[in-house]
Design a protein around this ligand. Structure first.
Ligand code: FAD
Ligand code: DHB
Length: 397
């Protein structure tokens, strides 16, 4: 058995794990990231696209913002579409903050490159990853690499291994409360070699269901369609996708839907989920390992960054100065932002999707809520403030 030692053992090389490793390195703290997939797989996984102002700032401060600032698309607003009409929400004017389109897989590439260039340690294609003794002062991570068993001893473990990872399930069930809220639908997501419908995002609600028109660049679109909960992507031919997108854009004279080859397609499930507390002993969960949101409000990756920003500071305080308060209060402090994002994501999802189970009353009430957001300064501001992301000062210690 090969034995290694580090200060922070990080499970998962997604946005949370990589960013945590990068922030810890800025504090002079050593970490090893253990990932079960290959680097190429992680760098090709198309997921989030929208960054809040706080995440944009954080990438810059972590020394990985150069390509994002060059290639990312800064947006000042979004369009909500319903009843065949567009309603612009001017996020910048309402909050003073921007959002930015820059793909999660590009961020993962930038973080991998930065960590590896600085001599950071990321183990890809680790097998049988397990965590041990995390209620003690010497937690361990074991895995196999190239068929060889390896053991890492560390001071703390960061569980950044996503919703399906191994860290959260390792916590004794009686020590945590799980809040789980599934939705009766999913999203079909496609990547298309064609320019976006509009220079800003279009969130469209129609009686046929919801659609989101976003992008990865001014030549590549990312398009989503509400679908049933467990749908097989094989049921969605390219023709069916285009027909449904056209109907749900309901573009009238405002928008034409540019078409092009579909490069990738898949189905995403939807759920709201929180694990409380997000820690046990010397194991700290961050990102999707601790909570997930439906994608409508674009909060998942942004929340993952907010968690690791807090965790990196708390870990530095403990490992450099012997102060444990930040670690002890990690979960409690994270949860204020987590639950704000949970409510917002659930609210925006229920605002814009069609629900078969809704009666006539619920449909009219939902329509009234959409009209309120589109026509009232207070309604628009509430959406804008949450969408741009609550400023760091809002939940600073
Ligand atoms: P992950 O990205 O899931 O990373 C976890 C890592 O751990 C992975 O690399 C995984 O391979 C690895 N892992 C898993 N199990 C193990 C194991 N046993 N051992 C070792 N490693 C393991 N968020 C936004 O902020 N904005 C958006 O616009 C947005 N849009 C989205 C659109 C869609 C369609 C989807 C699906 C999600 C979207 N999200 C968005 C959410 C966002 O993608 C996630 O919240 C984000 O990936 C969370 O990052 P993470 O690092 O916590 O988890
Ligand atoms: C993207 C995804 C979202 O869920 C969202 O609300 C905004 C943007 C995207 O993939 O670009």
């Amino acid at each position: 058995m090969q034995k290694r030692r580090t200060q922070v053992g990080i499970v998962g090389a997604g946005p949370a794990g990589l960013m945590l490793s990068q922030l810890l390195a800025r504090e002079g703290i050593d970490s090893i990231v253990i990932e079960n997939r290959s680097r190429a797989y992680c760098e090709a996984r198309i997921r989030a696209g929208l960054l809040e102002q706080g995440s944009i700032d954080m990438l810059g401060e972590a020394g990985v913002g150069a390509r994002m600032h060059k290639e990312g698309l800064a947006h000042d607003g979004i369009e909500l579409r319903f009843g065949g009409q567009g309603h612009r929400i001017d996020i910048k004017a309402l909050t003073g903050r921007n959002v930015m389109i820059y793909g999660q897989h590009e961020i993962v590439k930038d973080l991998n490159a930065a960590r590896i260039a600085e001599g950071g340690q990321i183990v890809f294609e680790a097998g049988d990853v397990r965590i041990h003794d995390f209620s003690s002062k010497a937690p361990r991570i074991t895995y196999t690499h190239g068929g060889e068993p390896v053991e890492i001893t560390c001071d703390i473990i960061a569980g950044c291994d996503g919703f399906h990872g191994i860290c959260r399930p390792a916590i004794p069930a009686e020590a945590i409360t799980l809040y789980d809220h599934p939705y009766p639908m999913g999203w079909v997501g496609v990547l298309v070699d064609a320019p976006p419908v509009s220079h800003e995002l279009v969130y469209s609600s129609t009686p046929r269901g919801f659609a989101l028109f976003t992008m990865r660049s001014m030549t590549v679109s990312r398009l989503y369609l509400q679908c049933g909960p467990d749908e097989d992507i094989a049921e969605w031919s390219d023709d069916r996708i285009w027909e449904e997108l056209e109907l749900r854009l309901d573009g009238g004279s405002d928008h034409k839907l540019p078409k092009g080859p579909i490069l990738q397609k898949g189905v995403t499930e939807m759920r709201s989920f929180v694990c409380e507390p997000m820690q046990f002993g010397n194991l700290f969960l961050a990102g999707d390992a601790a909570h997930i949101v439906p994608p409508t409000g674009a909060k998942g990756m942004n929340l993952a960054f907010a968690d690791v920003r807090r965790l990196s500071r708390a870990a530095a305080d403990f490992l450099k100065r012997g102060r444990r308060e930040g670690l002890d209060l990690y979960s409690q402090r994270c949860l204020k932002r987590v639950w704000r994002a949970q409510h917002f994501s659930w609210w925006m999802t229920t605002l814009m999707h069609s629900f078969d189970t809704y009666n006539a009353f619920e449909r009219r009430a939902q329509q009234s809520e959409r009209e309120y957001v589109a026509s009232s300064a207070a309604g628009a501001k509430t959406l804008a403030e949450n969408y741009a992301g609550m400023p760091w000062a809002w939940d600073e210690d």
